[in-house]
Structures are given as structure tokens and as C-alpha cells.
Design a binder for this molecule. Structure first.
Ligand code: BES
Ligand code: MN
Ligand code: ZN
Length: 497
């Protein structure tokens, strides 16, 4: 599907905006006048109020050279922001995507609070995200089930200005799409070596990509990560993606670290069967990091950022690690593995340590589908964030809010930390009860954060994928790509001039 900016309204379907009170913006008023008031009559025949996402579809209106007009609500004028415009455009695209319509024109400009070029650019973002599908393995889709939409025209009097504003956002949509695809891919296809191959291909964007295999990680002493993967026939991998976009290439980078468990059976502490297929998405943190690195490279971000993902498959096997095993992490700290299903923290322990040892970053932010408990606490609406640094936590919260990927902060503290002490080793990987399970996971990772290092852990178990119905049209499928936008914005706000 192509997205273009034009000063030209010809299309089979046209979408216009209405705000609260069912007030048509200028483009809608012009169409309404030409159609002899057909639009306002249609709105009047319904309970349309202009609330965000409400829609009245008017087919073949007289005197207009279009097959249909979509009047779509964008909500209250004073509240409608760039995200509202994205969702507005998303609703239009979802409506016609597989309708037979091939061309859609969007009139996104005219809101008081969103500048014209910004509105058009954000409409393009919303359209691009809303068109997402994962049909790679569907060989029997009928012709009328396949997308028909070929071109979305964003109608603007200044196509060049809108296109320029959109340029850095185009890569962002590609990054989100990349992350969604990685999360959606089945675990027999996307195992650690294949994941690493797909990341190696990002070198074409100007990223430096380095892949460490089992042997290399063994040399580094990564016993925690390697213990998780030892029951799998697929070798574990650590992938490092480096983007040096700052003027000073030697400036300390931001390190972003992702949990990449390509499938989590639980290992010997086997999970129950129901819903286990969802655990193909247990690499959502790694996908977010990869998507963000792609977006940063595509827009040539003026910052140094290093992305690291620990890729393992957690399987039960004759060679799998056992509850009771004690492993030695790269940091030298020993871990009693009392539950092989608390594996994400074991992976992160070594990758977070490696990131600090190797890159001396300005800050470390890790993303992980770490705990079911975060879903109990926050549902599918917020990710949980834990941090030792108030400024970093606030910057992450701001970035998430601006991008529609909200986070909610939860506490850390010595009383929680105590729960992972054990007489047999330096720590154990579970607390022994379910109380505050997400915090226990965060405390565990924090034991691998060096003194003085600004660090945040984002638990995305509830948001990396979502059960339907998919109410946000810009996230129309199971995998959300959560984190790509947040990280991209965090880099822009905190590290770019
Ligand atoms: N990958 C899971 C967490 C998860 C659960 C992600 C549901 C998405 C949806 C993680 O590895 C896990 O199994 N965590 C355990 C930790 C427990 C054993 C301390 C959990 O949440 O039950
Ligand atoms: Mn697990
Ligand atoms: Zn897991």
C-alpha cells in the first residue's frame, strides 16, 4: 500500500473529520455543500456525535465523484492531538482496507491544535500502522478477504511540507511493523539463529551488527543466559546492534536491551498447555529493541545507541537446566535456578552486565515480557516500569505517553530485594511466593546493574501482544510492536540536540 501526499482529492473513498457536536471541518463542509447537504443529512439521521472513531459512511452521494464518503469523529477540538489524528486515519483505513476500495483520500488538516503538516504526516503514520496484517502463512485467503487498498492519498495544500515532516516517521512505522512481524512469527521459524540472521540484515541500514554464538558467550562466562538455552537444539545468540549517530562518536551511548526468548515452554518447570502458543511472543522485548534500532537508523538519529538482544529458546530436555541448578553469571554472581520458567531475568542478567562492561553506557533501559504478574497488576493498558533514576523514569513515562505506549511506575526497595536471597548461592531466581512477582523480577535484574548506572526495566508482558478485539485501529492485530515508538522518542527527547 502506497501513502502519498497530494493536492488532489480524486479517490474511490474520501474520509473527512468531524469534531464533538458532529461539526464537520472545512474539507467536509466543502464536500457537504457540493453534495447539497447530503453529509449533514446523513449525520442527522444517526446518533453521530463526532467522538473519536465514530463513523458514518455515505455511499455514492449525488454530485460527488466518489464511491463513498467516510465522516469520522476525531473527538473534542481542544483535545485532538497527533495521536488522535493517527487513530482517526486508522479507522478510515480499517474500514476500507479489504472493502474492494483501491484508493482512499484522507483530509486530516484543519484541527485547531495540530499544525497542517503535522496532521498530514500523522495521518500517514496512522494509515501505515492500521494497514498491518500478518498473512505470511495464510495460503487459502479468498480474493475478497485480501486487502484491496492500494493507495492512501493524504490531501494537503502543501504536499512537500507534509512529506518532509513525515520522512522521519516513515522509518518508525517500518520499525513497528518489523517488531510486529518478529513477535508474530511462529517459533519453529523464528528461533535464535534465524532471529540473529534477520538482525544481521539490518547492516544494510548502516548499523554495525555483531552476533555472538554459544562459544563466544561461553568464553565471556555467560552461564545465566546459556543455562536457559541449553535444553534447546537451537544455539543461543547475543546480537549487538550499534548506531553511532552523535557528532561525538565516542560519547557514551544509551544501551537498550531486550529479552528474546523465542519460545518459553517454562523448561523443566513446564508451563500448563493452555495458551502456551502465546509464548512465541516472549521475544517482544528483543523485537522492540530491533524495531527501534531500525527506526533510528532509518531516520539517521543524531545519537549513539546500542541495542542488545539475548536470544534463547527455553525447552525441557535431557540437557535442560534443572530447578536447583546453580549457574555463574558473567558478573561472577551465582544464581540458584529454583524455577526454570523465571528465565527472562537470567538472560537479562548477562546481557545487561555485558552491555555495561562493553559499552560503558550513559543509561541502560531493558524491555522484557518478564512476568505474568504485571498483567494482573496493569492489564493490557500500561507497561510496568522500574527504575533507580527518577529523571530517566520520567523521561520514559513522557515518551510513552506521547507515543501512545504508556507506562506505570512500580517500586523497588531493599525489602523486596531480600526475597531473592538464598543460603545456597548469591541469589535465587524466584522469591518462593507470588507476592509482588513483577517487583521480584525487577530486583533480580537490578542486582546486575552497576553502582551509579541509570537503569530502567520495562515489563511489557501485558502489552507486547493483546487479546482481541483490537480497539485501537493503529494496532489491529495480536502483536503490537510496543516499545519501538517509546524508545525512538526517548532517544529523540533525551539524547538528540
Ligand atoms: N514469559 C513469561 C512471562 C509472561 C507471562 C509473559 C504471560 C507474557 C504473558 C516469563 O518467563 C515467566 O514465565 N514468568 C513467570 C515467573 C515466575 C515463575 C516467577 C510467571 O510470570 O509466572
Ligand atoms: Mn518463563
Ligand atoms: Zn519468559
Amino acid at each position: 500500500m502506497d501513502i502519498t501526499f497530494k493536492n488532489d482529492t480524486r479517490a474511490e473513498a474520501v474520509a473527512v473529520m468531524a469534531t464533538d457536536g458532529a461539526v464537520l471541518l472545512a474539507a467536509g463542509q466543502a464536500l457537504d455543500a457540493k453534495a447539497g447537504g447530503a453529509l449533514t443529512r446523513a449525520l442527522g439521521a444517526t446518533r453521530f456525535t463526532g467522538a473519536l472513531g465514530q463513523m458514518v459512511e455515505i455511499m455514492a452521494p449525488a454530485n460527488l465523484d466518489v464511491g463513498r464518503v467516510l465522516v469520522i469523529g476525531v473527538g473534542a477540538q481542544e483535545k485532538a492531538d497527533g495521536l488522535a489524528v493517527e487513530r482517526w486515519a486508522g479507522h478510515a483505513v480499517r474500514r476500507v482496507l479489504a472493502s474492494g476500495v483501491e484508493t482512499l483520500a484522507l483530509h486530516a488538516e484543519g484541527l485547531g491544535g495540530v499544525a497542517a503538516a503535522e496532521a498530514s504526516a500523522r495521518a500517514a503514520v496512522g494509515a501505515g500502522l492500521a494497514a498491518y496484517r500478518f498473512d505470511a502463512y495464510r495460503t487459502k485467503l479468498k480474493a475478497d478477504q485480501k486487502p484491496s487498498l492500494k493507495e492512501v492519498v493524504i490531501v494537503t495544500e502543501s504536499p512537500a511540507a507534509a512529506a518532509k515532516r513525515h520522512e522521519p516517521m516513515a522509518g518508525l512505522v517500518e520499525g513497528v511493523t518489523f517488531a510486529r512481524d518478529l513477535v508474530s512469527e511462529p517459533p519453529n521459524v523464528l528461533h535464535p539463529p534465524e532471529f540473529a540472521n534477520r538482525l544481521k540484515a539490518l547492516e544494510s541500514l548502516g548499523l554495525e551488527v555483531q552476533v555472538l554464538d554459544v562459544e563466544a558467550m561461553a568464553k565471556l562466562g555467560m552461564g545465566a543466559l546459556l543455562g536457559v538455552g541449553q535444553g534447546s537444539v537451537q544455539g543461543s545468540r547475543l546480537v549487538v546492534m550499534n548506531w553511532k549517530g552523535a557528532k561525538n562518536k565516542a560519547a557514551a551511548p544509551l544501551a537498550i536491551v531486550g529479552k528474546g526468548v523465542t519460545f518459553d515452554t517454562g523448561g523443566i518447570s513446564l508451563k500448563p498447555g493452555a495458551g502456551m502458543g502465546d509464548m512465541k511472543g516472549d521475544m517482544g522485548g528483543a523485537a522492540a529493541v530491533a524495531g527501534a534500532m531500525m527506526a533510528l537508523a532509518k531516520r539517521k538519529a543524531k545519537a549513539n545507541v546500542v541495542g542488545l538482544v539475548g536470544l534463547v529458546e527455553n525447552m525441557p530436555d535431557g540437557n535442560a537446566q534443572r530447578p536447583g541448578d546453580i549457574v555463574t553469571s558473567m558478573s561472577g554472581q551465582t544464581i540458584e535456578v529454583l524455577n526454570t520458567d523465571a528465565e527472562g531475568r537470567l538472560v537479562l542478567a548477562d546481557v545487561v552486565w555485558y552491555a555495561q562492561e562493553t559499552f560503558h553506557p550513559a543509561a541502560v533501559v531493558n524491555l522484557a515480557t518478564l512476568t505474568g504478574a504485571i498483567i494482573v497488576a496493569l492489564g493490557h493498558e500500561h507497561a510496568g516500569i522500574f527504575s533507580n533514576n527518577d529523571a530517566l523514569a520520567a523521561d520514559i513515562a513522557d515518551a510513552g505517553k506521547a507515543e501512545g505506549e504508556p507506562v506505570w511506575r512500580l517500586p523497588l526497595g531493599p525489602a523486596y530485594d531480600k526475597a531473592i536471597d538464598t543460603p545456597f548461592a548469591d541469589m535465587k531466581n524466584i522469591s518462593g511466593n507470588t507476592a509482588g512477582g513483577s517487583i521480584t523480577g525487577a530486583q533480580f535484574i537490578q542486582r546486575f546493574v552497576k553502582d551509579g548506572m541509570a537503569w530502567a526495566h520495562i515489563d511489557i508482558a501485558g502489552v507486547a501482544w493483546k487479546p482481541g478485539p483490537y480497539e485501537d485501529p493503529t494496532s489491529p492485530a495480536w502483536a503490537t510492536g510496543y516499545g519501538v515508538r517509546l524508545l525512538n522518542r526517548l532517544v529523540a527527547n533525551r539524547y538528540e540536540e
